[in-house]
Design a protein around this ligand. Structure first.
Ligand SMILES: [Fe+2]
Length: 353
């Protein structure tokens, strides 16, 4: 398990990014940030601190949630003539994944499919800083980019030791602009990372330490109203959960959620909230009791107001076998504590129906 990148954490951390980038040797950097970051004024604030430190920057936002390899190729083309020496990802998990994805194809050529798996690069990647603006994915702690295949909708996990951010910057002030629905979906996703990583077949003593710390910070702050304090805990909890994923990967809730996002456009965190309580009941791991005496009921309570039964999203009984076949192909299912295949996925979808 790789050690997580160092962290710059606290209200106002964003204003120190210029100095940090200069100290890391950045001179010309690509800023990969989603459209929401521009509207919230965050890109302007980032450019201000970088310019003050003498770092030139080119922002790029031409991608959407769950970036696919075609969007990454557009980003590569944009960056190819800029002679950049570094990349900064700013925004939700999609921005951070897109930053990593562009780095792979810009420095090593080919397409994202070539990096599906771990350690496929032959050339060094550019140094990167990750600045998450939502409190959820934990992508800033991971050496994997999750990029979709535009044809099959499979999320490809493309990892490399060099795809880790050189620094992650957590500024809780940043997260206050999250709409409540984004905070809830991203926060539930982070909770699921703490829960799923705690029991996978790849878990280790150290990944479980991260999972427990993530759970401790997340479960109380998730239900609390948005504030600087509760968002700071959510943000740090999401970071610890991301560190846990790096060591232990994920489980069946993510395997079942991904086809719901791909085929029905259900937001990742909501798809997770639909599935996770059922997966926890189905796995029935004794270790869950370390987190909560009745974890599946507790997670179902936390999902109230966020997730509805599957049929409410236009999913029909007839389509469940196809969704289940997709779920069985997802990489996260391989590490679930209870053996997971298409029949298992179908059973779980029926529970959530
Ligand atoms: Fe997730």
């Amino acid at each position: 398990m790789n050690p997580p990148p160092p962290l710059l954490y606290g209200p106002g951390a964003l204003t120190q990014v210029g100095r940090l980038a200069r100290d890391l040797g950045f001179r010309r950097t690509l800023i990969v940030a989603d459209h929401g970051m521009e509207d919230a004024g965050h890109i302007g604030a980032l450019i201000a601190t970088l310019s003050e430190a003498g770092v030139e920057c080119s922002p790029w936002s031409n991608f959407s949630a769950n970036p696919d390899s075609a969007m990454i190729e557009h980003g590569r083309q944009f960056a190819a003539h800029l002679d950049i020496d570094s990349i900064i990802g700013l925004g939700g998990g999609s921005s951070l994944d897109a930053a990593k994805g562009i780095n792979f194809v810009l420095t090593n050529g080919g397409t994202m499919k070539d990096y599906w798996g771990y350690g496929k690069t032959t050339q060094p990647l550019l140094p990167m800083i990750g600045i998450p603006a939502t409190t959820g994915t934990g992508s800033e702690a991971q050496s994997y980019a999750l990029i979709s295949d535009p044809e099959t909708h499979v999320k490809m996990a493309c990892g490399d030791p060099m795809a880790s951010f050189r620094y992650a910057v957590l500024d809780p002030l940043f997260t206050l602009s999250q709409p409540p629905a984004v905070r809830a979906a991203a926060g539930y996703d982070a909770l699921s990372h703490a829960v799923e990583t705690y029991v996978t077949t790849k878990r280790t003593q150290s990944s479980q330490l991260f999972s427990r710390q993530a759970w401790r910070l997340l479960h109380s702050s998730f239900a609390a109203p948005a504030s600087l304090d509760s968002n700071a805990d959510l943000q740090l909890g999401a970071w610890f959960a991301g560190c846990a994923i790096e060591g232990s990967m994920l489980g069946a809730a993510h395997a079942c959620a991904n086809p719901l996002t791909a085929r029905y456009g259900i937001t990742h965190g909501i798809a997770i909230a639909i599935m996770l309580p059922h997966v926890v009941r189905w796995n029935a791991c004794p270790e869950y009791a370390d987190l909560h005496p009745n974890l599946s009921s507790y997670l179902a309570e936390l999902a109230v107001g966020l997730a509805l039964p599957l049929r409410e999203y236009g999913v029909t009984m007839e389509v469940l076998p196809r969704l289940a076949a997709d779920a069985a192909l997802q990489w996260t299912g391989r590490h679930n504590p209870r053996p997971f295949d298409a029949a298992a996925a179908q059973e779980l979808y029926q529970c959530a129906f």
